[in-house]
Design a protein around this ligand. Structure first.
Ligand SMILES: Cc1cc2nc3c(=O)[nH]c(=O)nc-3n(C[C@H](O)[C@H](O)[C@H](O)COP(=O)(O)O)c2cc1C
Length: 396
């Protein structure tokens, strides 16, 4: 057992000697089922559901199974370090929390519980425009923690500029701009439930707390309905193109990352446009059903822009082995999505902390047992395709 790294494993086994078992699942793939019992059916479906027949959501997970880890024996893993710096953010382990909106549907303490857990575990978090708590309150709960801000670029440019100014003032250091959600996809579970949290006033808190947004309500009938109506009018801008990106530089003083890149050609455009990083992601299969698994998009993107852009990854991370695989295929760090939301639903701050500690320990143990003492030891040679799985397309 590790002496150098914090050992959640040791703690669990020692506590087990007194007959006490962990409060939450240690197999992180069981979190979803465990969380389901404590959530309303509508909230559970909103988190667990994806676009269309959920083919891409399944494929995201399946893509990880097609890569197998090939360990190396007799390497010195006595003093491992998996720390790194990503766009100025110090990471003790190479994962952070993905932006997930409307967390109040999972737990009453919502983003505040996540922000506290992230700070305590020194895991950076990306806070969503669609948060159910205003970004300043999340920042206060996050304290000395490291936080990035995710923008859903609204049609109203005054609101966009105002949100970016607020985020910088509240200590968010990196801007993540999500490109794949200019409108919401056809999501059968939510449609069947007739359930969209925003229309019930959940997930609009960064808007209603915004001075530019408030000013834009002038002339509309008063009350909460006006804010929700205005939200529906400005949420997404379907006219945006690559030519609009300079607006972000004018209003953001720091690194900018584009989230939702799935092709080498778009990654090259991002590099040419002077962006700092990209997140290879398909939004957890929640937007275009039938699209490529995010992991299958990663090798070609890494081949095209590796070394020029910071490459991050999400969509399907469920275990330490998954993190190892994404890093071996070219990501510098990954973002954890649904699993921490299930942790939140299960136990608020304590539930999120459990998920972060378990994932960290699983990752560290998997790395060491694979013979890897540092992140620089990772590369495609750590992996092999599962027999019969076929090749993944390259950039050319
Ligand atoms: C309930 C839910 C809400 C989400 N909200 C946002 C959001 O507000 N902004 C964003 O960029 N991505 C959002 N995402 C996508 C995540 O950032 C991430 O891309 C996705 O969860 C990765 O897939 P996985 O959770 O299956 O691994 C959301 C995902 C879920 C499940």
């Amino acid at each position: 057992m590790s002496q150098q790294l914090e050992s959640y494993q040791d703690e669990i086994y020692l506590t087990g000697m007194t007959g006490t078992a962990p409060d939450f699942p240690t197999d992180l793939t069981l979190l979803e089922e465990a969380a389901r019992a404590g959530m309303t059916p509508q909230a559970y479906d909103y988190v667990a559901g994806s676009a269309g027949a959920e083919d891409t959501a399944r494929e995201n997970l399946e893509a990880f199974r097609r890569w197998r880890i090939v360990p190396r024996m007799l390497t010195d893993v006595s003093t491992p370090s998996y720390a790194s710096t990503v766009l100025g953010t110090e990471m003790t382990v190479p994962f952070m929390l993905a932006p997930v909106g409307v967390l109040a549907i999972a737990h009453k303490e919502a983003e505040l519980a996540v922000a506290r857990a992230a700070a305590a575990q020194r895991v950076p978090m990306v806070v969503s425009t669609a948060a159910s708590t205003a970004m300043e309150e999340v920042a206060a709960a996050n304290g000395e923690g490291q936080r990035w801000y995710q923008l859903y670029w609204p049609k109203d440019r005054a609101v966009a500029a105002s949100m970016l100014g607020r985020a910088q003032a509240a200590g968010y250091s990196v801007l993540v701009v999500t490109l794949d959600t200019r409108m919401l996809a056809w999501r059968p579970r939510d449609l069947a439930n007739g359930y969209l949290p925003f229309l019930r006033g959940v997930g609009v808190q960064n808007y209603v707390s915004d001075p530019a947004f408030q000013a834009s309500l002038a002339g509309l009938p008063g009350g909460a309905d006006a804010a929700v109506l205005r939200w529906t009018q400005i949420f997404g801008d379907t006219s945006l193109t690559w030519d609009d990106l300079p607006f972000l530089r004018q209003h953001w003083n720091g690194p900018i990352v584009l989230k939702g890149i799935l092709s080498a050609s778009d990654a090259l455009r991002a590099a040419a446009a002077g962006l700092d990083g990209i997140i290879v992601s398909n939004h957890g299969g929640r937007q275009v059903d039938g699209e490529i698994a995010a992991l299958d998009a990663l090798p070609a993107v890494a081949e095209a822009v590796g070394g020029r852009l910071t490459i991050l990854f999400d969509s399907g991370i469920r275990s330490g082995a998954d993190i190892l695989k994404a890093l071996a295929l070219g990501a510098q760090a990954v973002l954890l999505g649904r699993p921490y939301v299930y942790g939140l639903a299960l136990g608020g701050e304590a539930g999120v902390r459990h998920v972060l500690r378990a994932l960290r320990q699983d990752f560290e143990l998997t790395m060491r047992l694979t013979g890897l003492a540092g992140l620089s030891d990772l590369g495609p040679d750590c992996l092999q395709r599962r027999p019969g799985a076929g090749r993944v397309a390259s950039a050319d």
